[in-house]
Design a protein around this ligand. Structure first.
Ligand code: ATP
Ligand code: LTN
Length: 332
């Protein structure tokens, strides 16, 4: 029997997720869980590389777990767990730190961006972020890492570290590849469609959060920046309308061409309401399910324990191999 491919991905519990996180990441993870061996984590250790309020971090971690399940991640089919529950992530990170160069880490785009944004707190963890991410990925002998375009550089570092370690100590890690899907891979801001929709945008009207209620969703779409024409058509000259068409298609499960046809001859007002209603229709059951799950903490805790146990076993296999290879004494 052919071995199933291993998939690894994670999201940080550092804020409210947007519909970009949903279409670019989580909704694709759901599609992969039947075919592959999937490990999906809540990256709490990555989150503390920028200051977090401890009580809020704890709350958001559980909310994200509930959200994963509410979006369709089935904990019976994959390992769903919290990164800090599996100690091998930090342990492997330490070993990889010794083969990662300061120069290559300081050149990472995200490190440079975040150093600028958090100039008062340029800590070692922020610089080490890609090494911890490499440890996440390499611990499970991952083949594919489904992420948005912004994380591609970090997956490349994971590849470089895997190859470097294998060359130094002998074949140990599988070399992973990023998986960047086309549909919904880049949803743009509703207020400035030249920018990516982001969970940390200061303008709250720019992003649709998965927690937004129907009225908020409708209002934000109504206010979305478009152009002075009144023709619903996908075109580079019409970034606002094109972004809305992309969102509609992703949430409706149709192509952009089909969406264009549906709204041919209709005005922007009608189109924006339809996009809003479609998105709100998808979000409502997710929100309801998430609330139900959060009311049953015992279930969530048990699920996380099982997930961590599953991940722990796989991670332990790789880590003991690594410890042997680098020469840590393990008894004769
Ligand atoms: P922040 O704005 O705080 O940097 P973010 O919204 O970019 O956060 P991340 O936690 O960095 O979110 O990303 C989680 C996953 O969602 C990643 O795989 C990322 O590529 C994807 N993603 C984020 N924003 C979008 C977007 N606008 N469109 C499609 N995918 C996205
Ligand atoms: N940095 C990622 C989250 C993340 C991740 C990973 C993604 C942490 N570890 C391993 C893929 C594989 C982000 O999306 N901000």
């Amino acid at each position: 029997m052919e071995e199933r491919k291993v998939i690894y991905s994670a999201v940080q519990p550092s804020g409210n997720l947007t519909i970009g996180n949903y279409t670019g990441a989580i909704s694709n993870w759901v599609r992969m869980q039947d075919e592959y061996d999937c490990f999906y984590a809540v990256a709490d250790m990555h989150a503390i590389t920028v200051r977090q309020d401890p009580a809020l971090l704890r709350k958001r971690t559980l909310e994200l777990v509930a959200l994963y399940i509410a979006c369709g991640i089935d904990p019976e089919k994959c390992a769903l767990y919290v990164q800090s529950h599996v100690p091998q992530h930090a342990e492997l990170c330490w070993v990889l730190n010794s083969i990662a160069y300061v120069g290559e880490m300081s050149r990472m785009t995200q490190f440079k961006d975040k150093s600028q944004k958090h100039a008062e707190n340029i800590n070692m963890g922020l610089m080490d972020y890609p090494v911890l991410m490499a440890a996440d990925i390499l611990l499970y002998q991952t083949q594919l890492v489904p992420v948005g375009v912004d994380q591609k550089q970090h997956v490349e570092i994971a590849r470089d570290l895997a190859v470097r370690f294998n060359n130094l100590y002998g074949e140990t890690f599988r070399v992973p590849e990023p998986l960047i899907l086309k549909t919904g891979a880049k949803i743009c801001s509703l207020q400035d469609p030249s920018k990516k929709m982001s969970k940390s945008d200061e303008n709250l009207n720019a992003s649709i959060f998965l927690t937004d209620d129907r009225d908020t969703v409708l209002r934000k779409f109504r206010r979305a920046v478009t152009d002075s024409e009144n023709e619903v058509r996908f075109s580079e000259e019409k970034p606002g309308i094109s972004n809305l068409l992309g969102i509609y298609a992703a949430f409706r499960g149709c192509t952009v061409e089909q969406a264009e046809k549906e709204f041919a001859g209709k005005g922007y007002g009608e189109f924006k309401s339809a996009v809003g209603e479609t998105v709100a229709d998808v979000l409502a059951p997710i929100q309801e399910k998430q609330a139900q799950l959060l009311a049953d903490k015992t279930y969530l805790q048990e699920t996380l324990e099982r997930g961590a146990e599953h991940a722990f076993k796989a991670a332990r296999r790789t880590l003991s191999k690594v410890y042997r290879k680098v020469g840590f004494y393990r008894g004769d």
